[in-house]
Design a protein around this ligand. Structure first.
Ligand SMILES: Nc1ncnc2c1ncn2[C@@H]1O[C@H](COP(=O)(O)OP(=O)(O)O)[C@@H](O)[C@H]1O
Ligand SMILES: Cc1ncc(COP(=O)(O)OP(=O)(O)O)c(N)n1
Length: 276
């Protein structure tokens, strides 16, 4: 019988395919994990911003979760946009019972500045879902919100990662530096060590959905049984290649390129094996 690694995303949608559920499923597919999705909100958005939000009724959210968990193997889960406390509670129930890695992308605001989750639910995410995580992946703005500390330097980023693990109970924290100046440097704190992932900054405005793609890539690798550090290292390579080959389409921040990212990763892996 063929073995398959199954990854689930619980998130909102993007009809233009750059972010949210659509970006997650493209990533799972390119990285050869079987992709599954539970939709929390239907979001009318494009590369310029968010036009309208429709949150899925709570009973329908629970029903989708039940459909997946009652029938399918789940080897890793990621959550993205979860609009309010009640939805977070419903999702938490399933995460508490599961024995799989859980990656939280603590989505709060789109790059366009549009709010994606209720302001009064943000700390609920930290206090109730964060302790269930294997990894949380905030960008700078999300890390500031979750820790209540300002972040201006790479030292501040590392302090924030430590706080999220040591004070707020995340399994590990990956603070992403896409919104800082200079190289794209991310810090991973796993409760013991601080690891640094650096890529040269790519001069492009086409970064719609980078955070979704990055956390989905980590989830895909975790679903395949890879250790956390390897999963983040490979995911960083994937998202960097996806940005380098991003599409200049739409009138705002264009989307990243998942299939070119897969090809670049394969090429890199072949070269590395030949070098051994
Ligand atoms: N212009 C860029 N060049 C290279 N890497 C980038 C660039 N912008 C973002 N990244 C990387 O993309 C990933 C997503 O980061 P970030 O943009 O901070 O998250 P989000 O999309 O959640 O706001 C991180 O690894 C970050 O370092
Ligand atoms: C439905 C949905 N979820 C998450 C986001 C945010 O995506 P992200 O990868 O953090 O980056 P931007 O799209 O904001 O550039 C979203 N837009 N929609």
């Amino acid at each position: 019988m063929k073995k398959v690694s199954c990854a689930l995303t619980i998130a909102g949608t993007d009809p233009t395919g750059g972010a949210g559920i659509q970006a997650d499923l493209k990533t799972f597919e390119e990285l050869k994990s079987y992709g599954m999705s539970v939709i929390t909100s239907v979001v009318a958005q494009n590369t310029t911003g968010v036009q309208e939000l429709h949150h899925i009724p709570l009973s329908m959210l629970s029903s989708q979760l039940n459909s997946v968990f009652s029938d399918m193997p789940v080897h890793a889960v990621k959550t993205g946009m979860i609009a309010d406390k009640e939805m977070m509670q419903a999702v938490a129930q399933y995460l508490q019972e599961g024995h799989f890695p859980y990656v939280m992308d603590p989505v709060m605001v789109a790059t366009s500045g549009d709010a994606l989750i209720a302001e009064n639910s943000r700390l609920y995410l930290r206090d109730h879902l964060l302790p269930l995580t294997t990894l949380v992946t905030p960008n700078i703005h999300e890390a500031v919100y979750l820790t209540g500390k300002k972040i201006e330097t790479t030292t501040d980023m590392q302090e924030a990662a430590k706080l999220l693990v040591d004070k707020y109970g995340a399994g590990a924290a990956l603070i992403k530096g896409g919104h800082m100046k200079g190289d794209a440097v991310d810090f991973l704190y796993d409760g013991k060590e601080m690891h640094t992932f650096t890529a040269k900054r790519i001069e492009t405005e086409n970064t719609h959905g980078t955070g979704c793609t990055y956390s989905a890539a980590v989830t895909a690798f975790l679903s395949q049984g890879m250790p956390l550090l390897t999963s983040v290292r490979k995911a960083k390579m994937f998202v960097t290649a996806a940005i380098r080959n991003s599409f200049d389409i739409g009138n705002g921040n264009g989307p990243t390129n998942h299939w070119a990212a897969r090809e670049e990763m394969l090429f890199h892996e072949r070269e590395t094996i030949q070098d051994l």
